[in-house]
Design a protein around this ligand. Structure first.
Ligand SMILES: [Zn+2]
Ligand SMILES: [Zn+2]
Ligand SMILES: [Zn+2]
Length: 645
């Protein structure tokens, strides 16, 4: 497969279509489909905002290019927002399509939100002006393409998708023709087509939603819909929208939304009051397959319940508190456990399901005997608890086997351990086969067999040694990097390693992981310490970027290289991370510094193109930004060039 000879450097917040189009105009291709075919190996005129089959494109990028899949998805598309509204399985499906493409476009479309993004491509006249000044061409900004946001969030100017003088569209619908210069096809200047807006409440909500969506987009690897949904449930519960029997008061919720937000505010984000008042709307809104199409509604709901997404993330009022399961700790229900009926279970895993009917269940596991049960709260059955055993645990199994070996018949065992007769019989049948009388001769053989059973039952999963090693390393690395990290932090960074080891490598897990903290409310986190750690990390990162990163280092360049959680921390809890933020500011590159740092790359490129002795004057004819050099920088560059030649 032939590599592309060049590929444009993406600009900050550039929409993916714009990058592809800029490839096209830089290539010598006379038709757009030739460019698509260069990049994606297929015949098409369509330039997609949500591209698929990126693996092929990545293979074709020129050597030395530093774009990778995640970087493209995170920095030049809105996929992250959509990921945040998906559960893990849907997310994997979509990711697979993004990487490998799909023959089934309908499959992809089903995942994609309708009406959330503008059908036509929009620009801000003032941003066009700035882009021309900074880059010599204008490009599509991601932030301008949210359908309901009809103004530029930076300049508070109406976005335009056509020339306001002659009404001609600026771009073609398939994005196979975009603008690079500030003129419409009839040569009308676009800079002047400025309509400022007054930021009223309706505009403020749009901005609130945009910043929420950006946090979701950029933090998608630490967010998913199950998480968002459980928070929303907590918020609904907290505000009294869930009946103690578990029903959601849908009408009451709609009425409250209509009271809280004005008609202008609702219409502004595309939620028509008449429409959302319909019973069918509110019934559908909580259906899992409807979620992606109702992202603005969920955004509004989050604003309504929590005021902002950071408050939502901090909000932690377990639903189980006021529920029939009580505050915990909870009892062990294994009759033979030495802690039977004592409240020794401190952890519970709440599994909420409110789609359709409301069922809220919690799982409880006794740390002493391994007995696990599920308590389900079903609204129709009132306050009655509905307990189901999930696993007997080894202690109980061994006890039953022991009793059986002592010659005690199943129905008596059942009485002793307070389980159903039939459960005991089923269990024994599974273990020893159909009943055979035990006499002294074959008893010993059975004992061996049963011992073997109880040993294997302790480790029913075949442990994959590579996995053990791999996951242990992941955890140890995380702890080395942030010595004061708590379990919660580790879960956020490496959930699969954490839970897998907890399940399958318990001894090592307990011996090596940090002490179990209380469920971290923000006040218990040692922010100054975290701040210093993050500062160190940023410093290292910035040093590395300075050496390796070919483009100018902006604030976002640094933050985009951080973990999503760290990004969220810096953007949301900025007051708690003063050192880290100062470190970022310190490392943001000034124009003049970048020109000096970029010199070696410029020289290298020019030499590749066959230039022999490169002078400053030659550079400015080809690299526009260098004409902005101040006197001092110019001198510095000339000195450097003198050293080279
Ligand atoms: Zn603007
Ligand atoms: Zn015009
Ligand atoms: Zn127990």
């Amino acid at each position: 497969m032939s590599k592309l000879l060049m590929f444009p450097e993406p600009y900050p917040d550039e929409d993916f279509r714009s990058i592809i189009y800029r490839y096209h105009i830089r290539s010598a291709n006379t038709t757009f489909h030739k460019s698509i075919s260069d990049i994606f190996g297929k015949y098409s005129y369509r330039n997609l905002m949500f591209p698929t089959n990126l693996s092929l494109m990545l293979d074709k990028l020129p050597f030395g290019h530093n774009l990778d899949l995640e970087y493209i998805i995170n920095n030049y598309t809105w996929y992250g927002l959509i990921f945040s509204f998906m559960d893990k399985e849907k997310r994997l499906n979509l990711l697979n399509t993004i990487i490998n493409g799909s023959n089934n476009n309908i499959l992809k479309l089903r995942f994609m939100p309708q009406n959330l993004f503008s059908k036509s491509i929009r620009y801000c006249p003032q941003c066009i002006k700035e882009d021309i000044k900074n880059f010599g061409e204008c490009y599509i900004h991601r932030d301008h393409q949210i359908e309901f946001l009809d103004f530029c969030p930076k300049h508070l100017i109406k976005l335009i998708d056509k020339c306001l003088i002659c009404n001609i569209p600026l771009c073609k619908p398939n994005a196979d023709e975009l603008i690079s210069l500030p003129f419409c096809k009839n040569e009308h200047q676009l800079y002047e087509q400025i309509n400022s807006i007054d930021l009223d409440n309706s505009g403020k909500i749009k901005l609130d939603l945009l910043s929420m969506f950006k946090i979701m987009r950029d933090g998608h690897s630490s967010l998913n819909f199950d998480y968002i949904y459980s928070k929303i449930l907590m918020g609904l519960w907290n505000k009294g929208f869930i009946h103690y029997k578990g029903m959601l008061f849908k009408q009451k919720l709609v009425h409250s939304l209509l009271e809280e937000f004005s008609i202008e505010e609702l219409v502004g984000i595309g939620l028509l009051p008449d429409y959302i008042s319909r019973k069918s709307y509110i019934n559908a809104i909580f259906q899992p397959d409807k979620v992606q199409n109702n992202i603005p509604f969920y955004g509004l709901l989050i604003l309504f319940l929590f005021k902002s997404i950071d408050k939502m993330i901090e909000f932690n009022e377990p639903m189980s508190n006021p529920l029939p399961f009580g505050h915990g700790p909870w009892r062990c229900l294994n009759y033979i456990c030495e802690h039977y009926n004592q409240k020794i279970i401190r952890d519970s895993k709440v599994v909420s399901k409110i789609f359709g009917k409301t069922h809220i269940s919690s799982e409880f596991a006794c740390p002493y005997c391994g007995f696990e049960y599920i308590n389900t709260w079903k609204p129709k059955e009132g306050m009655k608890e509905n307990v189901r055993i999930k696993s007997w645990g080894n202690q109980l199994k061994e006890k039953i086997i022991e009793l059986y070996l002592d010659g005690i018949p199943p129905h008596k065992i059942a009485k002793k351990v307070r389980l159903a007769d039939s459960s005991i019989r089923n269990f024994l049948q599974e273990v020893v086969g159909t009943s055979r009388m035990l006499d002294e001769n074959n008893k010993q053989a059975f004992v061996e067999q049963l011992k073997a059973y109880s040993e294997t039952s302790a480790t029913t999963i075949q442990i994959d040694d590579n996995k053990v090693e791999k996951y242990r390393h992941v955890i140890l690395d995380i702890m080395k990097e942030s010595p004061s990290i708590q379990r919660k932090g580790i879960i956020e960074k490496a959930p699969s390693a954490y839970f897998w080891l907890k399940e399958n490598d318990k001894e090592w897990f307990d011996a090596n992981l940090p002490e179990k903290g209380k469920h971290g409310s923000p006040s218990e986190i040692d922010y100054p310490k975290l701040d210093l750690e993050l500062k160190q990390k940023i410093k290292k990162l910035a040093d590395k970027l300075y050496l390796e990163y070919p483009y100018k280092i902006y604030k976002t360049t640094i933050t985009k290289h951080l973990e999503p959680l760290e990004r969220i921390r810096i953007s949301i809890f900025s007051d708690r991370f003063p050192e880290s933020i100062a470190e970022i500011e310190r490392n943001v590159e000034k124009d003049q510094d970048y020109l000096v740092r970029g010199l070696s790359r410029v020289v290298e490129n020019l030499e590749k193109r066959g230039y022999k002795k490169i002078t400053f004057d030659k550079i400015i004819t080809i690299y526009k930004p260098y004409s902005n050099c101040d006197e001092e920088t110019r001198k510095k560059i000339e000195e450097l060039l003198n050293e080279i030649y």
